[in-house]
Design a protein. Structure first.
Length: 312
């Protein structure tokens, strides 16, 4: 049954079994499969900010917990809906002309099970079947991992440069790899949609992140050349309207944001360990070390980008 599955798709099912065991379930439900996919499929995971995935896991636990966690060695069967989702996922891969069955195809199978718990969770986060299918269709096919791979060297999901980066730079680099392609799939007419938790449109949200990237690039450079960094404050929300980001073209903003953050990855990778403790006082907040400022920056970017993509 699993001959055409990539290695990460197979692992997704393994983790689905793990998720089911943690809720004390007697079988693997579609929600467990979704959680397994979110662990392994970078394409799907990139549509969610980290906090959303954890909140989803809590929701699944509340809905499906039936007892104490069972051992991971317990062989749990797939529910009927799960089996159907796998069959539909294989059908999607075949229809799209993709030789390997990946996690994203299984997610399509879940979405086609319209009344399933997993489909409901995906729709709650703005992921609809037709739009997601189009994204999967236009996403460049990667060398498959697992039995269907022709080139075993291509099984590595991240390049050597990313593996060699310091943790923070690697975290930002992975975020860019995950998010940028999805952002570029958003159509110009959809870039004016307003976010749920902010008053900005998508365009304005990316403009805000451009302001943040510009400010932090200066602060990182100062932290490497000065004994202490002091700044009046973070870029203000009112900067967004003042700079008329709503009048800019979507793809231009995304490309600028992407390239500015690639520069930040380059800068962060070259910060000496000894400079990571330089005190940075931004606005009225207490001083924090540079490494914490970096982590806060990345978390903020993950939050805003995740909200932009949830609306896609």
């Amino acid at each position: 049954m699993f001959e055409r599955y990539t290695e990460d798709a197979r692992r997704s099912i393994f983790f689905a079994r793990y998720e089911a065991s943690q809720t004390g379930s007697k079988q693997i439900e579609t929600e467990h499969l979704l959680l397994g996919l979110l662990r392994e499929d970078r394409f799907l995971r990139g549509l969610f900010p980290p906090f959303a995935i954890e909140k989803m896991r809590q929701t699944v636990d509340e809905r499906l917990r039936t007892g104490e966690p069972a051992g991971t060695s317990v062989d749990l069967p797939l529910s009927h809906e799960c089996k159907r989702a796998l069959a539909l996922g294989a059908e999607e891969a075949e229809t799209l002309g993709h030789p390997a069955i990946r996690g994203r195809h299984l997610a399509l199978g879940l979405l086609r099970q319209e009344k399933s718990g997993a489909a409901s969770l995906l729709r709650e986060h703005g992921i609809e079947l037709e739009r997601f299918r189009e994204a999967v269709k236009t996403w460049p096919e990667e060398p498959a991992r697992g039995p269907v791979a022709e080139d075993r060297e291509a099984q590595v999901e991240i390049g050597p440069d990313l593996k060699d980066l310091p943790a923070s730079a690697g975290r930002l680099s992975e975020l860019l790899d995950r998010a940028a392609p999805h952002l570029k799939l958003i159509r110009e007419r959809d870039s004016g949609v307003r976010l749920k938790r902010h008053s900005w449109t998508r365009r304005e949200a990316i403009g805000h992140l451009i302001d943040w990237a510009a400010a932090h690039q200066q602060w990182f450079a100062r932290a490497m050349t000065e004994p202490r960094v002091t700044a009046a404050g973070y870029p203000g929300d009112d900067w967004v309207a003042a700079q008329r980001y709503h009048e800019c073209f979507w793809n231009d903003l995304v490309e600028l944001w992407h390239r500015m953050n690639l520069l930040l990855v380059h800068v962060m990778a070259g910060i000496p360990e000894a400079r990571m403790q330089v005190a940075c006082k931004i606005g009225i907040e207490n001083p924090i070390p540079l490494d914490e400022l970096i982590q806060r920056y990345i978390s903020h970017v993950e939050d805003i980008v995740g909200e932009v993509l949830i609306r896609a």
